[in-house]
Ligand binder design. Structure first.
Ligand code: AKB
Length: 315
């Protein structure tokens, strides 16, 4: 049985991944950590510890205390926040990652950390973006993500650490909100649809980005961690996407369920610039071939589920 330490466990991915892994591997075998303690059910449904990932000794102590054999390192700043606070982003995103890798090396842990479509830049092919291609991002977040992919490759090659990762697109969920991301508009739009019946998009019409519904992202993490290592050619990190759309298409999908829904635009130049530097649609074929990646949800089935779940949650 695995003994998993999760950093950033109260964040957008962590909140749901902690619950899912506790269901699979046993609540006592998943140690949730985050820089802050909230009233989230994660804090009480299994072991929880406060942890600042830039504190290497504190992370090492926790790994020893719980005798962990797997680290899932999620704590990081997202793209828009990283652009506003680039030095903090470097220190947190890179400092936290190298600390987590060192703890994994000392304890011979299996290791997962997410990369992102943000690891690509304006000189990357925009459509069907290949698994192996030009990566010259122009954002601090992207610089962190490419560096992180390389660092994880290095720990695998140099120390034999079982590092694995996914290049996530925008992740959409109704449980914990994202914070400070460029793709956040595709989450906000559902909240505003349910609460106000309209949405003002900070991303401009015609801007395509890859997206995925959270249940597919969680399955992808578990499936990659369980995959036969002999079959993995690319470890850090696999392109994975379930859909690509622009704001008019997500609005049209919502209108199929809520015909009175309306959308207008107030474009944020910073986040629009980040979005334009990213691919329109990435190619997930390496993930499909090497460990059987498959997404269940497309735009309309995600919209149906999001609106149903948010109606239950908010009304
Ligand atoms: C962001 O928008 O920063 C993230 C991402 C795509 O990595 N959701």
């Amino acid at each position: 049985m695995k003994k998993i330490l999760i950093t950033g466990a109260l964040g957008q991915i962590g909140s749901e991944l902690t619950e899912k892994t506790r269901n699979i591997y046993g609540a006592e075998n998943v140690i949730a950590t985050d820089i802050r303690k909230t009233d989230s059910p994660i804090v009480t449904s299994g072991p929880f510890e406060t942890l600042d990932v830039t504190d290497a000794q504190a992370m090492a102590d926790l790994a020893k205390k719980y005798n962990v054999d797997t680290i899932i390192h999620l704590a990081a700043l997202l793209s828009a926040t990283a652009e506003a606070k680039p030095l903090l982003a470097w220190n947190l995103n890179m400092g936290g990652l190298v600390n987590a890798l060192e703890v994994a090396r000392e304890n011979q842990c299996q290791f997962f950390t997410p990369s992102s479509i943000g690891a690509f830049g304006p000189s990357t092919p925009k459509n069907q973006t290949p698994q192996d291609t030009i990566q010259r991002p122009t954002t601090m977040y992207g610089v962190n993500k490419v560096s992180g992919e390389l660092l994880c490759d290095y720990y695998f090659q140099k120390f034999g650490l079982d590092t694995r990762g996914l290049r996530f697109p925008g992740l959409i969920s109704y449980v914990a909100p994202p914070g400070g991301g460029t793709t956040d508009y595709a989450v906000e739009i559902y909240y505003d649809a349910v609460q106000k019946g309209r949405y003002t998009s900070f991303i401009d019409a015609g801007t395509y980005m890859d997206m995925m519904y959270m249940p597919d992202a969680l399955n992808a993490i578990v499936d990659l961690m369980e995959a036969d290592p002999a079959k993995l050619i690319h470890r850090n990190s696999f392109n994975v996407s379930a859909m690509s759309f622009e704001p008019e298409q997500i609005a049209a999908s919502i209108k199929k369920v809520m015909p009175t829904f309306t959308m207008d635009y107030d474009v944020d130049p910073i986040r629009q610039g980040i979005a334009e530097s990213w691919p329109n649609a990435i190619d997930s074929s390496a993930a499909i071939a090497e460990w059987g990646f498959k997404a269940q949800y497309d735009l309309d089935s995600m919209t149906q589920d999001m609106l149903t779940k948010l109606n239950d949650k908010l009304n």
